[in-house]
Each structure stands twice: as C-alpha cells, then as structure tokens.
Design a protein around this ligand. Structure first.
Ligand SMILES: [Zn+2]
Length: 160
C-alpha cells in the first residue's frame, strides 16, 4: 500500500511513472506551469519537485513538499525515506504509468489488445489499464525495473 499521494513536476514524467507503478496515486504537472497552479494542484498531495523556489513557496502555504535531486534512483530513495514509498512492485497495487488508474490483472485469454505473438506466448498474466487500455507484462522492462529498485534500496540504506 502507498499511503501518500503525490504531485510531481519534474523529470519529464519519469519519476511520476515510477511512483504509479509502485502503487502511489501520482499526478504529473509540467514544471513550466505557473507556480500558483502547481501549488493549488498540490493540495491534499505531497509536492515532489526539483525547484527550490517552489519548495520555499510550498512550505509557506503549508503544503507538504519533498525536494528531489535529478537522479531517479536518488529521488526514489529520498521519497522512500521521507514519505514511506515502498520500493517494491506489487501488481495488485500498481497504477497505470500513463494515466494513474489502478491496473487490473488479467489472464492471457482476456487480452484484447493486439500484442506481439512471442509476448502473448511467453506470459500468462498481464496487467491492463481499464481507463486507457494499455497492456503491461513482466518482460525485460520489468526485470530492469527490479534492478533499478535494488540500486534504490542500497541508496535508501545509506540515507539512514
Ligand atoms: Zn492508463
């Protein structure tokens, strides 16, 4: 379970996608948006930003904020330490990286989207987004994510 809700304004959405897959309700906003709009959208969420001026303004408005560095691994380690993000992919909790909707776990026979035959043949379970229809599976991308997560965990330990 991810108890925290986030609003991320940095890293071209990459960090937001990660947080969604880790099960956190995460909105993304373009960092070029007006500060006032970003702050308004942060109400009820934790603002995650690289913009130090915005951090100061958020604190003034009583908005929870986490200032993250540029590197994804470090940012995730900090969010784990400061906001309790669990560094584990639980498919039952994962949200769509593109639209933040909770994903459904489906069997191969339920996949309606056209996928490469090898993908269909070599996987039994898939994740589907009920909102945008994207389908995900535990392929190379997933294994690479697990590798990244183990790096993040190491960094996380060094923060304690
Ligand atoms: Zn979606």
């Amino acid at each position: 379970m991810c108890d925290a809700k986030f609003l991320v304004d940095s890293m071209g959405g990459k960090l937001a996608k990660w947080l969604r897959l880790l099960g956190c309700d995460t909105e993304y906003v373009d960092p070029r948006e007006e500060d006032s709009l970003i702050l308004r959208s942060s109400i009820g969420r934790i603002l995650v930003t690289r913009d130090r001026e915005l951090v100061k303004r958020a604190i003034n408005y009583g908005i929870k904020v986490v200032n993250v560095p540029e590197r994804l691994e470090e940012a995730l380690a900090i969010l784990s330490a400061s906001a309790g993000v669990r560094l584990r992919i639980n498919p039952k909790e994962s949200r769509c990286p593109f639209c933040n909707t909770k994903l459904d776990i489906i069997k191969r026979a339920q996949v309606v989207k056209e996928l490469p035959r090898e993908v269909l043949r070599s996987h039994i379970k898939f994740l589907v987004c009920p909102s945008c229809g994207n389908v995900f599976w535990f392929g190379t991308h997933y294994w690479n994510m697990l590798k990244t997560l183990s790096k993040v965990k190491k960094k996380r330990r060094s923060l304690q």
